[in-house]
Ligand binder design. Structure first.
Ligand SMILES: Cc1cc2nc3c(=O)[nH]c(=O)nc-3n(C[C@H](O)[C@H](O)[C@H](O)COP(=O)(O)OP(=O)(O)OC[C@H]3O[C@@H](n4cnc5c(N)ncnc54)[C@H](O)[C@@H]3O)c2cc1C
Length: 539
């Protein structure tokens, strides 16, 4: 079956893409004027660009990553991580205890994400209403915005049977009497390859790369690639212009040229960590010391298990089964809860996430085809002892996240390792290996229970990672509680809005992409109306 690459066709028809080294690249201009300049091209940026261009606004998207499309995606980790991810998929928190996966390419993290789609949970929204004055963040008020995003992005039930990696989550949960259910995905005509994290080679994933960004380009939007929004020039109440710089594939400055962008309105959608980083570099007003604070990750711990049968966790749709059982054991503001999912497992990511070295690691890698993995997403941000992290700037002005793994978080990590081991043994595992430097391979649930209970749950010893950066530019009903207003507009800079995952005042408690699509859909429709008086909705 022929795979149509929308960019090949679109660039041929005159789509305006500047910078970078892709086929059809045009040189970066020195000065650009537009109605709205959007920083980023990921989840929040894509939705915003589609809506603004629908109202006839002249939109400019600025993306620091490269333009890579389905023709470039070869299902190879060695190509995907350096080309498509922030810091080659090796972005770390300041103490190097957490590895963070974030996209850095046209389409942002949506180009490489794993397609799980959940609406924002009701208890999360209730917490935002109560603690952050976000009165309109109710399930009912957001439902139409989610429904539109779901329609636009093909979000629906995954009807194919789960791969064995996910089936084992269901099997173990059933045997323990724990509820597990099917995850909705944003795909159309999915080939069930399992390489979503390496860029979808068939364009089945309805990422921003194949949906909203092409729609915006078709309506005349301009896109700068391999170009970083460096800093806003402002007078404390209004942005005057935005300076951008060309960057190399590894993120370093490619030249000392500056591209100056003048717009009537600016939308920051560089994702968590990067968006607060840009506003910190710009010395944006921050009278209540909120900028960069309350950055969340859903810190993740994982557990591998070896089965007699082949599992082949790299093959077939990732994350199609989940269990929220352990999010409901305690109240949302009690001991930290966690969501269980079965992630895709590819050799490089597996080898770098699993603990251990030498002969033991060789033994584990030899069993790779028989290996199953579970992960637990810890729901951070709802308890006083879970204030998340803080973004600050390195000497070279790039953003860095300090995220202390407190005893409170690590208590959840231990409980999660225990729950996953129990479930894996219930599913028939012959051995279970938690991702902890001092863990061994355990042969029974009794042994695992005793040993995991005694593991020192310390940063660096416990392997922690995250693909869900959120917060840092939180929205709130009062200026003292957040960086931006409930409509996304900056509390102090009147012609600047934030439209991405950095808006969330806590973690979501579910995979965040649909929360961003739905909430930004509402904010971007509102912005379009304020700028043009026109009502728009997702195509
Ligand atoms: C491997 C992986 C798997 C995931 N799986 C899922 C999943 O299954 N389900 C789910 O719900 N979520 C998943 N996520 C998370 C989800 O994709 C993100 O939460 C979401 O895309 C974030 O949207 P955003 O708009 O905040 O930022 P992003 O989508 O990350 O986009 C931000 C973009 O802005 C660019 N940028 C940043 N700073 C600048 C700057 N200064 N100048 C120019 N450009 C800049 C970045 O390069 C990036 O392309 C996954 C993420 C990853 C990395």
């Amino acid at each position: 079956m022929a795979i149509i690459d929308p960019f090949k066709d679109g660039l041929g028809r005159g789509w305006k893409v500047f910078g970078g080294r892709h086929a059809g690249a045009q040189p970066l201009p020195e000065r650009i004027s537009c109605d709205v300049a959007i920083v980023g091209s990921g989840a929040g940026a894509g939705i915003t660009a589609e809506l603004l261009t629908q109202a006839g606004l002249d939109v400019l998207l600025i993306e620091e990553g490269p333009l890579k499309t389905s023709s470039d995606f070869h299902q190879l980790e060695r190509e995907a991580y350096p080309q498509l991810y922030q810091e080659s998929a090796g972005r770390k928190t300041a103490d190097k205890a957490i590895n963070i996966l974030q996209g850095r390419c046209v389409g942002g993290s949506t180009t490489v994400n794993w397609t799980s789609s959940f609406r924002t949970p009701d208890d999360t929204l209730a917490y935002w209403q109560q603690h952050f004055g976000l009165k309109d963040c109710t399930l009912e008020a957001l439902a139409p915005w989610f429904a539109q995003a779901e329609r636009r992005l093909g979000i629906g039930p995954w009807l194919a049977p789960p791969n064995e990696n996910n089936e084992l989550l269901k099997r173990g949960a059933d045997r323990l009497g724990i509820r597990a259910a099917t995850i909705q995905r944003n795909v159309k005509g999915c080939w069930n390859l399992g390489s979503c994290g390496l860029g979808c080679p068939t364009n089945a994933k309805q990422s921003m790369l194949v949906t909203t960004i092409p729609a915006a380009l078709e309506r005349g939007a301009r896109l700068l690639v391999e170009t970083r929004a460096q800093a806003f020039e402002h007078d404390g109440s209004k942005v005057r212009w935005l300076d951008c710089v060309p960057v190399a594939t590894d993120g370093s400055a490619a030249s000392d040229r500056t591209v100056r962008v003048s717009a009537k309105h600016y939308v920051v959608a560089g994702g968590a960590i990067n968006s607060p980083g840009l506003l910190l570099r710009s010395k944006a007003p921050d009278p209540h010391n909120r900028l960069g604070h309350r950055s969340f990750l859903h810190p993740v711990v994982a557990s591998a298990a070896v089965f007699d049968q082949r599992v082949e966790g790299w093959a077939g749709a990732p994350q199609t089964i989940y269990s929220d059982h352990f999010l409901g054991v305690d109240p949302i503001d009690g001991p930290i809860g966690y969501k269980l999912e079965a992630p895709p497992i590819h050799p490089t990511v597996f080898a770098t996430t699993m603990a251990g070295f030498g002969l033991e690691q060789t033994r584990q890698l030899k069993q790779f085809p028989h290996t199953h993995a579970l992960l637990a997403l810890l729901r951070d941000g709802f308890h006083p002892q879970s204030p998340g992290g803080r973004v600050r700037l390195r000497d070279d002005r790039t953003p860095l996240l300090d995220y202390p793994l407190t005893a409170f978080v690590m208590d959840g990590a231990r409980r999660a390792l225990l729950s996953m081991a129990e479930l894996q043994f219930a599913a028939g595992a012959r051995e279970v290996i938690p991702t902890h430097e001092l863990a061994r391979s355990y042969r029974s649930w009794d042994e695992a229970k005793r040993e995991i209970a005694a593991l020192p749950m310390k940063p660096q010893l416990t392997r922690v990672f995250s693909a869900h950066a959120m917060g840092g530019c939180g929205f709130a009903g009062e200026a003292k509680l957040g960086v931006v207003q409930p409509n996304g507009q900056h509390w102090q800079l009147e012609n600047l809005s934030v439209h991405d995952g950095s808006l969330f005042p806590t973690s979501v408690g579910a995979n965040p992409q649909l929360s961003i699509y739905g909430i930004v859909n509402r904010l971007a429709s509102g912005l379009t109306h304020r700028l043009t008086g026109r009502t728009v909705s997702l195509a």
